[in-house]
Design a protein. Structure first.
Length: 374
Protein backbone atom coordinates (compact mmCIF):
# COMPACT_ATOMS: atom_id res chain seq x y z
CA UNK A 1 0.00 0.00 0.00
CA UNK A 2 1.23 3.46 -0.94
CA UNK A 3 1.37 6.07 1.87
CA UNK A 4 -1.97 7.95 1.99
CA UNK A 5 -2.01 11.35 0.32
CA UNK A 6 -3.83 14.09 2.26
CA UNK A 7 -6.42 15.88 0.11
CA UNK A 8 -4.93 19.29 0.89
CA UNK A 9 -1.62 18.10 -0.64
CA UNK A 10 -3.19 16.80 -3.82
CA UNK A 11 -1.90 18.40 -7.02
CA UNK A 12 -4.43 17.43 -9.64
CA UNK A 13 -4.32 16.53 -13.30
CA UNK A 14 -7.94 16.42 -14.46
CA UNK A 15 -8.30 14.71 -17.85
CA UNK A 16 -11.39 15.61 -19.87
CA UNK A 17 -11.91 18.70 -17.70
CA UNK A 18 -13.57 20.61 -20.56
CA UNK A 19 -16.29 17.96 -20.83
CA UNK A 20 -19.59 17.82 -18.95
CA UNK A 21 -18.67 16.09 -15.69
CA UNK A 22 -14.98 17.09 -15.76
CA UNK A 23 -15.85 20.80 -15.93
CA UNK A 24 -18.43 20.47 -13.16
CA UNK A 25 -15.81 18.65 -11.09
CA UNK A 26 -13.23 21.44 -11.57
CA UNK A 27 -15.78 24.01 -10.32
CA UNK A 28 -16.76 21.75 -7.41
CA UNK A 29 -13.16 21.00 -6.38
CA UNK A 30 -12.20 24.67 -6.54
CA UNK A 31 -15.05 25.56 -4.17
CA UNK A 32 -14.00 22.79 -1.80
CA UNK A 33 -10.26 23.55 -2.11
CA UNK A 34 -9.70 27.18 -3.18
CA UNK A 35 -5.91 26.63 -3.10
CA UNK A 36 -3.73 24.01 -4.77
CA UNK A 37 -2.67 22.99 -8.24
CA UNK A 38 -5.29 22.00 -10.81
CA UNK A 39 -4.18 21.25 -14.36
CA UNK A 40 -6.74 20.27 -17.01
CA UNK A 41 -5.67 18.13 -19.98
CA UNK A 42 -8.31 17.97 -22.69
CA UNK A 43 -8.13 17.27 -26.42
CA UNK A 44 -11.15 19.54 -27.07
CA UNK A 45 -13.02 17.02 -29.19
CA UNK A 46 -16.56 17.98 -30.28
CA UNK A 47 -17.59 17.33 -26.63
CA UNK A 48 -14.93 19.52 -25.03
CA UNK A 49 -15.75 23.16 -24.42
CA UNK A 50 -13.27 25.57 -22.89
CA UNK A 51 -16.11 27.99 -22.17
CA UNK A 52 -17.22 25.62 -19.41
CA UNK A 53 -14.02 26.51 -17.53
CA UNK A 54 -13.82 30.20 -18.43
CA UNK A 55 -14.45 31.44 -14.90
CA UNK A 56 -11.65 29.20 -13.55
CA UNK A 57 -8.87 29.57 -16.09
CA UNK A 58 -5.86 31.60 -15.03
CA UNK A 59 -5.27 31.64 -11.30
CA UNK A 60 -7.51 28.73 -10.36
CA UNK A 61 -6.77 26.29 -13.16
CA UNK A 62 -4.19 25.71 -15.91
CA UNK A 63 -5.62 24.48 -19.21
CA UNK A 64 -3.55 22.30 -21.55
CA UNK A 65 -4.96 21.28 -24.94
CA UNK A 66 -3.69 17.77 -25.63
CA UNK A 67 -4.44 14.11 -26.02
CA UNK A 68 -4.21 11.57 -23.20
CA UNK A 69 -2.61 9.24 -25.76
CA UNK A 70 0.38 11.59 -25.90
CA UNK A 71 2.30 9.83 -23.11
CA UNK A 72 5.39 12.13 -23.27
CA UNK A 73 3.08 15.14 -22.81
CA UNK A 74 1.42 13.51 -19.79
CA UNK A 75 4.84 12.67 -18.29
CA UNK A 76 5.99 16.26 -18.86
CA UNK A 77 2.89 17.66 -17.13
CA UNK A 78 3.28 15.30 -14.16
CA UNK A 79 6.91 16.36 -13.79
CA UNK A 80 6.69 20.09 -14.46
CA UNK A 81 3.70 20.70 -12.18
CA UNK A 82 4.75 18.03 -9.64
CA UNK A 83 1.32 16.46 -9.98
CA UNK A 84 0.52 13.58 -7.65
CA UNK A 85 -3.17 12.93 -8.45
CA UNK A 86 -4.91 12.06 -11.71
CA UNK A 87 -8.69 12.33 -11.90
CA UNK A 88 -9.45 10.66 -15.21
CA UNK A 89 -12.67 11.74 -16.95
CA UNK A 90 -11.47 11.95 -20.57
CA UNK A 91 -13.42 9.59 -22.77
CA UNK A 92 -15.62 9.21 -25.76
CA UNK A 93 -18.89 9.06 -23.85
CA UNK A 94 -21.87 8.80 -26.20
CA UNK A 95 -23.35 5.32 -26.72
CA UNK A 96 -24.95 6.18 -30.10
CA UNK A 97 -21.64 7.40 -31.50
CA UNK A 98 -19.96 4.21 -30.30
CA UNK A 99 -22.47 2.21 -32.35
CA UNK A 100 -21.80 4.24 -35.52
CA UNK A 101 -18.01 4.50 -35.07
CA UNK A 102 -16.40 2.41 -32.30
CA UNK A 103 -12.74 3.09 -33.23
CA UNK A 104 -12.42 6.39 -31.38
CA UNK A 105 -13.82 4.70 -28.26
CA UNK A 106 -11.15 2.02 -28.24
CA UNK A 107 -8.45 4.58 -28.93
CA UNK A 108 -9.36 7.06 -26.19
CA UNK A 109 -11.07 4.92 -23.59
CA UNK A 110 -8.73 1.92 -23.66
CA UNK A 111 -5.40 3.07 -25.14
CA UNK A 112 -5.73 6.56 -23.67
CA UNK A 113 -6.31 5.17 -20.18
CA UNK A 114 -3.31 2.91 -20.62
CA UNK A 115 -1.18 5.87 -21.70
CA UNK A 116 -2.06 7.66 -18.44
CA UNK A 117 -1.42 4.58 -16.32
CA UNK A 118 1.98 4.10 -17.97
CA UNK A 119 2.96 7.74 -17.35
CA UNK A 120 1.74 7.57 -13.74
CA UNK A 121 3.69 4.39 -13.08
CA UNK A 122 6.89 5.86 -14.53
CA UNK A 123 6.56 9.09 -12.57
CA UNK A 124 5.17 7.94 -9.24
CA UNK A 125 6.57 4.43 -8.79
CA UNK A 126 9.72 4.25 -10.89
CA UNK A 127 10.97 7.85 -10.71
CA UNK A 128 14.31 8.99 -9.22
CA UNK A 129 12.69 9.57 -5.78
CA UNK A 130 11.25 6.03 -5.67
CA UNK A 131 7.61 5.61 -4.71
CA UNK A 132 5.90 8.93 -3.95
CA UNK A 133 2.40 9.32 -2.43
CA UNK A 134 -0.09 9.56 -5.26
CA UNK A 135 -3.61 8.66 -6.45
CA UNK A 136 -5.05 7.64 -9.82
CA UNK A 137 -8.83 7.94 -9.75
CA UNK A 138 -10.66 6.50 -12.73
CA UNK A 139 -14.19 7.65 -13.60
CA UNK A 140 -16.32 4.85 -15.00
CA UNK A 141 -19.94 4.04 -15.62
CA UNK A 142 -22.74 1.73 -14.53
CA UNK A 143 -23.01 0.59 -18.17
CA UNK A 144 -20.15 -1.89 -17.60
CA UNK A 145 -22.60 -4.06 -15.64
CA UNK A 146 -24.96 -4.53 -18.61
CA UNK A 147 -28.72 -4.41 -18.32
CA UNK A 148 -31.28 -5.27 -15.61
CA UNK A 149 -34.73 -6.86 -15.72
CA UNK A 150 -37.60 -5.02 -13.98
CA UNK A 151 -37.25 -6.97 -10.71
CA UNK A 152 -33.46 -7.39 -10.61
CA UNK A 153 -31.57 -5.85 -7.69
CA UNK A 154 -29.52 -2.73 -8.49
CA UNK A 155 -25.86 -3.04 -9.61
CA UNK A 156 -23.40 -3.56 -6.76
CA UNK A 157 -19.62 -3.34 -6.92
CA UNK A 158 -19.47 -7.15 -7.15
CA UNK A 159 -22.03 -7.43 -9.98
CA UNK A 160 -20.23 -9.22 -12.85
CA UNK A 161 -19.27 -7.06 -15.82
CA UNK A 162 -21.46 -7.59 -18.92
CA UNK A 163 -21.00 -4.54 -21.18
CA UNK A 164 -23.36 -4.41 -24.16
CA UNK A 165 -22.32 -1.44 -26.34
CA UNK A 166 -18.88 -0.66 -27.78
CA UNK A 167 -18.82 2.32 -25.39
CA UNK A 168 -19.54 0.13 -22.35
CA UNK A 169 -17.03 -2.50 -23.50
CA UNK A 170 -14.31 0.13 -23.88
CA UNK A 171 -15.05 1.49 -20.38
CA UNK A 172 -15.01 -2.04 -18.95
CA UNK A 173 -11.60 -2.64 -20.56
CA UNK A 174 -10.27 0.57 -19.04
CA UNK A 175 -11.58 -0.43 -15.60
CA UNK A 176 -9.71 -3.74 -15.91
CA UNK A 177 -6.48 -1.97 -16.88
CA UNK A 178 -6.73 0.28 -13.83
CA UNK A 179 -7.31 -2.75 -11.63
CA UNK A 180 -4.34 -4.56 -13.20
CA UNK A 181 -1.99 -1.61 -12.59
CA UNK A 182 -2.95 -1.61 -8.91
CA UNK A 183 -2.64 -5.38 -8.56
CA UNK A 184 0.56 -5.83 -10.58
CA UNK A 185 2.59 -2.67 -10.01
CA UNK A 186 1.08 -1.29 -6.80
CA UNK A 187 -0.21 1.93 -8.38
CA UNK A 188 -2.60 3.57 -5.89
CA UNK A 189 -5.88 3.52 -7.81
CA UNK A 190 -9.58 3.89 -7.11
CA UNK A 191 -12.48 3.58 -9.57
CA UNK A 192 -16.03 4.91 -9.42
CA UNK A 193 -18.95 3.61 -11.51
CA UNK A 194 -21.72 6.17 -11.75
CA UNK A 195 -25.23 6.23 -13.17
CA UNK A 196 -26.61 8.82 -15.65
CA UNK A 197 -25.68 12.40 -14.79
CA UNK A 198 -27.60 15.53 -15.70
CA UNK A 199 -27.01 19.25 -15.06
CA UNK A 200 -25.17 22.31 -16.43
CA UNK A 201 -22.59 22.07 -19.27
CA UNK A 202 -24.13 18.85 -20.66
CA UNK A 203 -23.53 18.51 -24.40
CA UNK A 204 -26.89 18.58 -26.22
CA UNK A 205 -26.61 15.18 -27.88
CA UNK A 206 -27.58 13.47 -24.60
CA UNK A 207 -31.25 12.99 -23.75
CA UNK A 208 -31.94 15.74 -21.17
CA UNK A 209 -30.17 18.73 -22.81
CA UNK A 210 -31.30 17.55 -26.27
CA UNK A 211 -34.93 17.60 -25.15
CA UNK A 212 -34.63 21.03 -23.51
CA UNK A 213 -33.04 22.62 -26.59
CA UNK A 214 -35.34 20.86 -29.06
CA UNK A 215 -38.39 22.18 -27.19
CA UNK A 216 -36.93 25.70 -27.37
CA UNK A 217 -36.46 25.34 -31.13
CA UNK A 218 -39.72 23.53 -31.88
CA UNK A 219 -37.91 20.39 -33.04
CA UNK A 220 -39.11 16.79 -32.56
CA UNK A 221 -38.25 15.04 -29.28
CA UNK A 222 -36.92 11.64 -30.41
CA UNK A 223 -37.97 8.76 -28.16
CA UNK A 224 -36.08 5.56 -28.94
CA UNK A 225 -38.34 2.48 -29.16
CA UNK A 226 -41.17 2.52 -26.62
CA UNK A 227 -39.47 5.00 -24.26
CA UNK A 228 -39.80 2.61 -21.33
CA UNK A 229 -36.04 2.15 -20.82
CA UNK A 230 -35.05 3.08 -17.30
CA UNK A 231 -32.06 5.14 -16.16
CA UNK A 232 -30.99 6.14 -12.62
CA UNK A 233 -30.44 9.92 -12.79
CA UNK A 234 -28.02 11.85 -10.57
CA UNK A 235 -27.42 15.62 -10.48
CA UNK A 236 -23.83 16.11 -11.67
CA UNK A 237 -22.74 18.04 -8.56
CA UNK A 238 -23.70 15.01 -6.47
CA UNK A 239 -21.43 12.84 -8.63
CA UNK A 240 -18.62 15.37 -8.02
CA UNK A 241 -19.22 15.14 -4.29
CA UNK A 242 -18.83 11.34 -4.49
CA UNK A 243 -15.55 11.67 -6.41
CA UNK A 244 -14.20 14.20 -3.88
CA UNK A 245 -15.03 11.83 -1.01
CA UNK A 246 -13.21 8.99 -2.77
CA UNK A 247 -10.14 11.18 -3.34
CA UNK A 248 -10.21 12.17 0.33
CA UNK A 249 -10.99 8.85 1.97
CA UNK A 250 -11.27 6.10 -0.66
CA UNK A 251 -9.31 2.92 -0.06
CA UNK A 252 -6.59 1.95 -2.57
CA UNK A 253 -7.76 -0.67 -5.07
CA UNK A 254 -11.47 -0.23 -4.27
CA UNK A 255 -14.40 0.43 -6.62
CA UNK A 256 -17.32 2.62 -5.53
CA UNK A 257 -20.73 2.79 -7.18
CA UNK A 258 -22.32 6.27 -7.22
CA UNK A 259 -26.01 6.82 -7.95
CA UNK A 260 -29.11 8.67 -6.92
CA UNK A 261 -31.75 5.96 -6.17
CA UNK A 262 -33.72 7.77 -8.82
CA UNK A 263 -35.04 5.51 -11.57
CA UNK A 264 -37.08 7.05 -14.37
CA UNK A 265 -38.42 5.74 -17.67
CA UNK A 266 -37.19 7.92 -20.56
CA UNK A 267 -40.69 8.87 -21.66
CA UNK A 268 -41.58 10.08 -18.15
CA UNK A 269 -38.43 12.25 -18.00
CA UNK A 270 -39.26 13.78 -21.38
CA UNK A 271 -42.84 14.49 -20.27
CA UNK A 272 -41.58 16.08 -17.05
CA UNK A 273 -39.22 18.40 -18.97
CA UNK A 274 -42.11 19.29 -21.32
CA UNK A 275 -44.24 20.24 -18.31
CA UNK A 276 -41.46 22.34 -16.74
CA UNK A 277 -40.93 24.28 -19.96
CA UNK A 278 -44.67 24.79 -20.52
CA UNK A 279 -44.79 26.26 -16.99
CA UNK A 280 -41.72 28.43 -17.60
CA UNK A 281 -43.23 29.89 -20.80
CA UNK A 282 -46.55 30.50 -19.04
CA UNK A 283 -44.78 32.36 -16.22
CA UNK A 284 -42.42 34.47 -18.37
CA UNK A 285 -43.74 36.17 -21.51
CA UNK A 286 -40.22 37.13 -22.67
CA UNK A 287 -39.45 33.45 -23.38
CA UNK A 288 -41.94 33.41 -26.27
CA UNK A 289 -40.14 36.45 -27.73
CA UNK A 290 -36.74 34.77 -27.38
CA UNK A 291 -37.93 31.39 -28.68
CA UNK A 292 -40.72 32.04 -31.19
CA UNK A 293 -40.48 28.48 -32.63
CA UNK A 294 -40.93 26.76 -29.25
CA UNK A 295 -44.14 24.72 -29.02
CA UNK A 296 -45.52 26.78 -26.07
CA UNK A 297 -44.90 30.00 -28.10
CA UNK A 298 -47.10 28.52 -30.83
CA UNK A 299 -49.87 27.75 -28.35
CA UNK A 300 -49.08 24.00 -28.30
CA UNK A 301 -47.93 21.91 -25.35
CA UNK A 302 -44.27 20.85 -25.56
CA UNK A 303 -45.41 17.21 -25.44
CA UNK A 304 -46.83 17.65 -28.95
CA UNK A 305 -43.20 17.45 -30.17
CA UNK A 306 -42.73 13.88 -28.91
CA UNK A 307 -41.78 11.60 -31.79
CA UNK A 308 -41.16 7.85 -31.55
CA UNK A 309 -38.10 6.76 -33.57
CA UNK A 310 -36.23 3.52 -34.26
CA UNK A 311 -34.72 2.00 -31.14
CA UNK A 312 -30.99 2.15 -30.37
CA UNK A 313 -29.42 -1.21 -31.40
CA UNK A 314 -28.71 -3.37 -28.33
CA UNK A 315 -30.43 -0.76 -26.13
CA UNK A 316 -30.01 -1.62 -22.42
CA UNK A 317 -33.44 -1.77 -20.80
CA UNK A 318 -32.71 -0.74 -17.24
CA UNK A 319 -29.85 0.59 -15.08
CA UNK A 320 -29.99 1.04 -11.32
CA UNK A 321 -27.14 1.64 -8.90
CA UNK A 322 -26.82 0.36 -5.36
CA UNK A 323 -24.76 3.15 -3.78
CA UNK A 324 -24.84 1.75 -0.26
CA UNK A 325 -21.07 1.06 -0.09
CA UNK A 326 -20.01 4.69 -0.65
CA UNK A 327 -22.80 5.81 1.70
CA UNK A 328 -21.74 3.43 4.46
CA UNK A 329 -17.96 3.72 4.10
CA UNK A 330 -17.45 7.35 3.01
CA UNK A 331 -20.62 9.04 4.29
CA UNK A 332 -21.97 9.84 0.82
CA UNK A 333 -25.53 11.17 0.37
CA UNK A 334 -26.74 13.01 -2.75
CA UNK A 335 -27.61 16.61 -1.85
CA UNK A 336 -30.18 17.31 -4.57
CA UNK A 337 -33.66 15.85 -4.98
CA UNK A 338 -34.57 15.13 -8.58
CA UNK A 339 -37.25 17.82 -8.52
CA UNK A 340 -34.63 20.38 -7.45
CA UNK A 341 -31.89 19.15 -9.81
CA UNK A 342 -34.05 19.06 -12.93
CA UNK A 343 -35.49 22.54 -12.24
CA UNK A 344 -31.95 23.90 -11.76
CA UNK A 345 -30.93 22.26 -15.04
CA UNK A 346 -33.84 23.66 -17.07
CA UNK A 347 -33.20 27.13 -15.58
CA UNK A 348 -29.48 26.85 -16.37
CA UNK A 349 -30.19 26.17 -20.07
CA UNK A 350 -32.69 29.03 -20.19
CA UNK A 351 -30.16 31.41 -18.68
CA UNK A 352 -27.00 30.27 -20.47
CA UNK A 353 -27.87 30.64 -24.15
CA UNK A 354 -24.33 31.93 -24.75
CA UNK A 355 -22.92 28.56 -23.72
CA UNK A 356 -25.06 26.34 -25.95
CA UNK A 357 -25.79 28.57 -28.96
CA UNK A 358 -22.33 28.06 -30.54
CA UNK A 359 -22.78 24.27 -30.25
CA UNK A 360 -25.81 24.29 -32.52
CA UNK A 361 -23.57 24.77 -35.56
CA UNK A 362 -23.27 22.75 -38.73
CA UNK A 363 -21.65 19.64 -37.17
CA UNK A 364 -24.29 19.34 -34.48
CA UNK A 365 -27.15 19.97 -36.91
CA UNK A 366 -25.82 17.17 -39.16
CA UNK A 367 -25.58 14.81 -36.21
CA UNK A 368 -29.16 15.50 -35.11
CA UNK A 369 -30.42 15.06 -38.65
CA UNK A 370 -28.65 11.69 -38.95
CA UNK A 371 -30.40 10.59 -35.75
CA UNK A 372 -33.84 11.44 -37.11
CA UNK A 373 -33.09 9.76 -40.42
CA UNK A 374 -32.00 6.42 -38.88
P1 LIG B 1 -18.02 14.27 -22.25
O1 LIG B 1 -18.13 13.57 -23.56
O2 LIG B 1 -18.94 15.40 -21.95
O3 LIG B 1 -16.54 14.84 -22.05
C1 LIG B 1 -15.40 14.11 -22.40
C2 LIG B 1 -14.22 15.07 -22.41
O4 LIG B 1 -13.04 14.30 -22.71
C3 LIG B 1 -14.32 16.16 -23.49
O5 LIG B 1 -13.95 17.40 -22.94
C4 LIG B 1 -13.32 15.72 -24.54
O6 LIG B 1 -12.75 16.80 -25.25
C5 LIG B 1 -12.29 14.98 -23.71
N1 LIG B 1 -11.54 14.00 -24.48
C6 LIG B 1 -12.04 13.05 -25.31
N2 LIG B 1 -11.03 12.34 -25.86
C7 LIG B 1 -9.88 12.83 -25.32
C8 LIG B 1 -8.51 12.49 -25.47
N3 LIG B 1 -8.12 11.50 -26.29
N4 LIG B 1 -7.60 13.17 -24.76
C9 LIG B 1 -7.99 14.19 -23.94
N5 LIG B 1 -9.26 14.55 -23.77
C10 LIG B 1 -10.19 13.88 -24.45
O7 LIG B 1 -18.13 13.14 -21.16
P2 LIG B 1 -18.81 13.19 -19.71
O8 LIG B 1 -20.25 12.91 -19.85
O9 LIG B 1 -18.35 14.40 -19.00
O10 LIG B 1 -18.15 11.89 -19.05
C11 LIG B 1 -16.91 12.00 -18.34
C12 LIG B 1 -16.52 10.62 -17.83
O11 LIG B 1 -17.55 10.15 -16.97
C13 LIG B 1 -16.37 9.57 -18.92
O12 LIG B 1 -15.28 8.77 -18.59
C14 LIG B 1 -17.68 8.80 -18.88
O13 LIG B 1 -17.45 7.47 -19.30
C15 LIG B 1 -17.99 8.86 -17.40
N6 LIG B 1 -19.43 8.79 -17.03
C16 LIG B 1 -20.33 9.65 -17.62
C17 LIG B 1 -21.66 9.61 -17.19
C18 LIG B 1 -22.69 10.54 -17.77
O14 LIG B 1 -23.88 10.41 -17.45
N7 LIG B 1 -22.33 11.52 -18.61
C19 LIG B 1 -22.06 8.71 -16.20
C20 LIG B 1 -21.10 7.84 -15.65
C21 LIG B 1 -19.79 7.91 -16.06
O1 LIG C 1 -25.37 5.27 -17.36
C1 LIG C 1 -24.27 6.11 -17.49
C2 LIG C 1 -24.13 6.55 -18.92
O2 LIG C 1 -25.16 7.51 -19.16
C3 LIG C 1 -22.77 7.16 -19.24
O3 LIG C 1 -21.78 6.19 -19.06
C4 LIG C 1 -22.73 7.70 -20.68
O4 LIG C 1 -21.50 8.34 -20.93
C5 LIG C 1 -23.85 8.70 -20.83
O5 LIG C 1 -23.90 9.18 -22.16
C6 LIG C 1 -25.20 8.07 -20.46
O6 LIG C 1 -25.55 7.03 -21.42
P1 LIG C 1 -27.03 6.85 -21.95
O7 LIG C 1 -26.99 6.13 -23.24
O8 LIG C 1 -27.91 6.29 -20.88
O9 LIG C 1 -27.44 8.41 -22.14
P2 LIG C 1 -28.26 9.15 -23.30
O10 LIG C 1 -28.53 10.54 -22.82
O11 LIG C 1 -27.62 8.99 -24.63
O12 LIG C 1 -29.63 8.35 -23.32
C7 LIG C 1 -30.44 8.24 -22.15
C8 LIG C 1 -31.60 7.34 -22.52
O13 LIG C 1 -32.46 8.04 -23.43
C9 LIG C 1 -31.21 6.06 -23.23
O14 LIG C 1 -32.10 5.02 -22.83
C10 LIG C 1 -31.42 6.37 -24.71
C11 LIG C 1 -32.59 7.34 -24.68
N1 LIG C 1 -32.60 8.37 -25.73
C12 LIG C 1 -31.47 9.10 -25.92
C13 LIG C 1 -31.43 10.09 -26.87
C14 LIG C 1 -30.17 10.90 -27.09
C15 LIG C 1 -33.75 8.62 -26.46
O15 LIG C 1 -34.78 7.96 -26.26
N2 LIG C 1 -33.72 9.61 -27.38
C16 LIG C 1 -32.60 10.35 -27.64
O16 LIG C 1 -32.62 11.23 -28.54
Amino acid sequence: MVEKLAAAKMRLLVTGGAGFIGANFCHYWRCRYPQGTLVVLDALTYAGNRASLSSLEGQACTFVAGDINDTPLVEKLLQEHELNTIVHFAAESHVDRSIHDPDAFLNTNILGTHSLLRAARKQWLDGPQGVIPHRFHHISTDEVYGTLGPQDPAFREDTPYAPNSPYAASKAASDHLVRAYQHTYGLCTTTSNCSNNYGPYHFPEKLIPLVILNILHGRPLPIYGDGQQIRDWLFVEDHCQGIALILEQGVEGENYNIGGHNEWANLDIVRLICRLLDEAFAADATLAERYPHAAPSQGKPAESLISYVKDRPGHDRRYAIDASKIGRELGYTPQHSFEEGIRKTVDWYLQNTGWWQPLLGEQYAQWVQKQYAS
